[in-house]
Ligand binder design. Structure first.
Ligand SMILES: [Mg+2]
Length: 166
């Protein structure tokens, strides 16, 4: 696979997570969700009502696991517990290790699982490396200076390398 293919999401949602209609995803039987800037802003402590409602509905239909690169274990643990979801923190995506463990935990195979996140070089890259269905979403709240710069730089890099981001 070329780098542009590895950075191209299968689906781009130009809205926050709760706009994702899972009934439209054929063959997807589980989801791995990023946490920061996917479920909530990286400075927020609690998920919003729309995210809580979306998670509540989707987890009736398929297993959801949280896999975060955040090294503050307690933050990710408390968010996961508030949603009653299993999780891995400090996952070092695009390393495949924790995402693969989550897929195994669901008892599914990678092509049956969607990787959902806001970042190309972590979430989309790890998902594509594993052969998952990759979904790029828009952060739920405006992101701050450094995070924004990193995300914008990734998009620039991906576009320059030929990735399709629409
Ligand atoms: Mg994120």
């Amino acid at each position: 696979m070329n780098i542009w293919q590895l950075l191209t999401p299968d689906l781009v949602i130009k809205n926050p997570l709760w706009h994702l209609d899972v009934t439209s995803l054929e063959g997807i039987r589980g989801m791995v969700l990023d946490v920061d800037n996917t479920l909530l802003g990286n400075r927020e402590l609690e998920v919003s009502a729309p995210v809580r409602k979306w998670v509540g509905q989707v987890k009736q239909q398929m297993p959801l696991w949280l896999v975060s690169n955040n090294c503050f274990h307690q933050r990710i643990k408390s968010i996961a517990e508030s949603l009653d979801l299993p999780f891995y923190a400090n996952a070092a995506k695009p390393s495949r290790r924790c995402v693969r463990l989550a897929i195994e935990g669901m008892g599914l195979t990678a092509p049956e699982v969607a990787m959902v996140g806001d970042r190309l070089l972590t979430d989309i890259l790890v998902g594509n490396r594993l052969g998952m269905y990759t979904i790029l979403i828009h952060p739920p709240v405006p992101i701050d200076g450094t995070s924004r710069l990193v995300r914008d730089s990734e998009f620039w890099l991906a576009r320059v390398s030929g990735a399709r981001l629409t």
